[in-house]
Design a protein around this ligand. Structure first.
Ligand code: 4AD
Ligand code: MG
Length: 506
């Protein structure tokens, strides 16, 4: 019977047939162990010379990594094995025995892996990340659907800039210049006036020439837009939404998060209320003028730095003592491997800590020197969120640093009613949103101030002329959310085929 690995638990003791690829293989004289992956999971298959006979046994033993085959055999429960089951093979069929697999080795650099993204996707870590991405997408739809939102799609070709004119990809639309959309929001506003509560979910494009760990040129954004919502309703929804998605994904992706070695204690804090700060308060905290729980940013960072230096020293000492023990000889092979693995792991941790060691002094400098009125950079976000265990929402920003469409605070028109949700652990802005300007004159002024072509916004201004109401919305960057949930160093691994400055292939 043809089954998928994920369903093996319902077939214990039965003969089944699996179809997949050789993820890993090791041999002894009479037994060959293949870790088969079929996309639904991983399962060890045992091929026995005495069961299969010499010819078949030699054929399976010669299979290269990522060779494709089907395996017939009996399902045996074994807790110690990946997935909890193994197959005692009675037969198999090879679809293709492939030659040396290009990315089999452990020590490939990230650029090499990115060049082989079409194959890299098969690795266990990438498998886990893509499944988390899938779970996040599913949870997002679930949340909005159960809240009564209608999904509506915004166009990808647009005639106007939404988030600033410097980041547009221009293209040719039947001889007319057009741009790939930076955000579906403006159309979302029109659709919300028709449907009440909508969300868009689509690809968006930014021609930013930035090579940071948070920027893609093509990314997926979820943009809800709600009629009769103000900035505070908006923040309530952001909080509810982010809490729902993370809680749901944590419960449905336990195996994946384990494969990724994600420490989920930080994510679990999501059930506590999020922090809400005005821009003014956030700046005072960043600069160390305002304390959080009796502590100032600069002193917390200085302590982090001391701890980091100490941790590096401890890990280096640990490596040294393991190496000495190995070199002394007389250790069993299993023990040597165990120690070599521990050394590898320590070296990776040291790499990350050394990055912190380089970064923290820069964070301290930029926190001290932050000038009121500016937008937050990545390091400012890291410094601010370091002071809290839950996501932080910063609202009421100086209007000059935010988009043209944001409403002014009626009590202080210098401030725009935008909100950014900043994630902990250095992930920074994952959501940007706010209440929209409803005053037509204010919008016209802003459109001119930003040097945007008025004709392209005539339809948008109609929304303020015919049944205008208070409304608000936000945009969640899917890849940043996935990077945070999986605790990845870079967004490039959160999307199957990343498009970013310096990369359009494969
Ligand atoms: O803050 P942004 O630019 O806001 C908007 O586009 C609004 N129109 C959203 C709205 O209110 N409807 O982008 C929203 C989010 C960011 O918080 C970030 O998570 C993600 O989109 N994002 C990017 N993700 C990856 N690469 C980039 N270059 C990104 N730029 C923004
Ligand atoms: Mg933003």
């Amino acid at each position: 019977m043809k089954v998928e690995i994920k369903d093996l638990s319902t077939h214990v003791g039965q003969e089944v047939e699996l179809h997949g690829w050789v993820q890993n293989k090791r041999e002894s004289k009479t037994l060959t162990f293949v870790i088969l992956r079929d996309g639904s999971g991983f399962c060890q298959c045992i091929f026995d010379l005495n069961v299969l006979g010499e010819e078949a046994f030699n054929e399976v033993s010669a299979l290269g990594l990522e060779s494709s085959l089907s395996v017939k055999g009996k399902v045996v429960a074994d807790e110690r094995q990946v997935g909890g089951f193994e197959i005692h093979a009675t037969g198999f069929h090879v679809y293709q025995n492939c030659g040396e697999y290009p990315i089999a080795k452990k020590e490939h650099g990230v650029e090499f892996l990115m060049d082989h993204r079409h194959l890299w996707l098969r690795s266990k870590r990438q498998w886990a990340i893509m499944r988390v991405r899938n779970a996040v997408i599913f949870s997002i739809h679930n949340f909005f659907q159960k809240e009564g939102f209608v999904q509506m799609d915004a166009p990808i070709f647009t005639g106007n800039a939404c988030e600033g004119t410097t980041e547009l990809f221009e293209t040719d639309f039947f001889g007319q210049p057009a741009y790939l959309t930076q955000s579906g929001q403006l159309y979302g506003e029109a659709m919300a006036m028709a449907m009440g509560k909508i969300y868009t979910f689509g690809p968006t494009f930014r021609a930013e020439k930035s090579k940071t760990r948070r920027h893609l040129a093509e990314f997926w954004m979820i943009e809800p837009e709600m009629a009769f919502f103000d900035i505070f309703d908006d923040m309530d929804l952001i909080e509810q939404f982010v809490r729902y998605v993370i809680t749901d994904v944590m419960s449905r992706c336990k195996e994946e998060l384990e494969i990724l070695e994600r420490d989920t204690t930080v994510l679990e804090k999501i059930s506590n209320p999020f922090i809400r700060l005005t821009y003014d308060d956030a700046v005072a905290i960043i600069k160390g003028e305002k304390e959080v729980n009796g502590r100032k940013t600069i002193e917390v960072l200085e302590e982090d730095l001391r701890n980091t230096v100490q941790q590096i020293a401890d890990l280096k000492a640990d490596i040294e003592s393991r190496e000495t023990a190995i070199n002394a000889g007389g250790m069993k092979k299993g023990q040597v491997n165990f120690n070599l693995n521990a050394i590898d792991k320590n070296k990776n941790t040291i790499k990350q800590l050394e990055e912190d060691e380089r970064n923290i002094p820069q964070w301290i400098e930029s926190a001290k020197n932050f000038t009121y009125g500016g937008d937050f950079g990545g390091s400012d976000e890291t410094v601010l969120t370091r002071m809290f265990e839950v996501p932080v929402m910063v609202y009421d920003w100086p209007h000059e640093v935010k988009a043209f469409y944001l409403k002014r605070n009626p009590d202080n028109p210098k401030l725009a009613r935008g909100v950014d949700l900043l994630a902990p652990e250095g992930y920074g802005e994952v959501v940007g949103g706010g209440e929209r300007e409803t005053n037509e004159q204010m919008l016209i002024e802003k459109i001119n101030e930003h040097g945007l072509p008025m004709e392209a916004f005539e339809w948008y201004l109609d929304l303020r002329r015919f049944g205008s109401v208070p409304h608000a919305g936000f945009g969640l960057g899917l890849e940043r959310m996935v990077a945070w949930i999986c605790h990845l160093p870079h967004v490039r691994e959160t999307i199957p085929f990343p498009r970013m400055y310096g990369r359009i292939e494969p």
